[in-house]
Design a binder for this molecule. Structure first.
Ligand SMILES: Nc1ncnc2c1ncn2[C@@H]1O[C@H](COP(=O)(O)OP(=O)(O)O)[C@@H](O)[C@H]1O
Ligand SMILES: [Mg+2]
Length: 245
């Protein structure tokens, strides 16, 4: 390559002018966002800002009213979301063992029976749940259930992992365990996109912060500068613990 310069890695996903409306309200308002590899993106903002909607739009669970969501390299606007996985705030688990919950998710993705078991075990290990592989999923504690939901997502071997307030209903110790798994996942090269309204968690995990308020992105900043001095007024108010206008 001339002068040894390396081309920057392409974005994994691009949101262009995306809007989402319901009941006559503009809930997601002309958002532009590029998801770069190698950095944890935290989407931060007050309740009702549109964080979950934005995540669902990126994951293809909702269709934008206008704009587009592109996965460069994957061809045109992505319809199928292979290469992505999502963990929701409240996990939905089947009445079977932890391992079988993961194996079932893999079956739905067309993974062969022989491979399902090995991938389930690896994912359980990554989530620190190997010792509970054969336990009924619904008898696990809240924190363990959420870690299982995370393991199930990891078993899909996504390039992008979307997490929607994955620790919102957990005690601090369980939340820290999940944060540990999220950090390890990032370190393995998976793009992590985390939605939270928890400033402490954002500080611990973010590489960059996308601040969302009333359906609009008010700023996208490197985490360091964001927490030192956010650029937008709503973000400043939010960090100061004030009611965001
Ligand atoms: N399917 C929907 N239909 C109508 N309104 C919705 C729908 N989903 C969410 N909303 C509204 O959109 C706003 C943003 O929701 P949401 O993305 O869940 O916020 P956040 O995750 O930031 O707390 C809220 O006012 C919510 O009530
Ligand atoms: Mg939400």
């Amino acid at each position: 390559m001339p002068d040894g310069s390396r081309r920057p890695e392409p974005d994994l996903l691009e949101v262009r002018g995306v809007t989402f409306k319901a009941g006559g309200r503009m809930l997601v308002d002309h958002i532009d966002l590029a998801l770069r590899p190698g950095i944890v993106t935290v989407i931060l903002g007050p309740n009702g800002a549109g964080k979950s909607l934005l995540l669902r739009l990126m994951h293809g669970l909702l269709t934008p009213a206008s704009g587009e969501i592109l996965m460069p390299g994957a061809g045109a606007t992505a319809r199928t979301r292979r290469g992505q996985a999502m963990v929701f705030q409240a996990p939905v688990l089947l009445r079977r063992s932890a391992k079988a919950n993961i194996a079932y998710a893999l079956k739905l993705r067309g993974v062969s029976r022989a491979e399902r078991n090995a991938r389930a075990i690896t994912a359980l290990e990554q989530a620190g749940l190997a010792h509970l592989a054969d336990s009924p999923a619904r008898r696990l504690s809240g924190g363990e259930q959420q870690r299982l939901a995370l393991a199930r997502a990891l078993a899909l071997e996504p390039k992008i992992l979307f997490l929607d307030e994955p620790t919102a209903s957990l005690d601090p110790a369980s939340a820290r365990a999940i944060e540990g798994v999220i950090g390890d996942t990032h370190a393995r090269g998976v793009k992590v996109v985390l939605v939270t309204h928890d400033v402490g968690q954002a500080k611990r995990l973010a590489g960059e912060v996308v601040f969302l308020n009333r359906g609009k992105v008010t700023e996208i900043s490197p985490a360091k500068s964001f927490f030192k001095r956010p650029e937008s007024v709503p973000a400043r108010q939010f960090l100061a613990g004030e009611i965001v206008e």
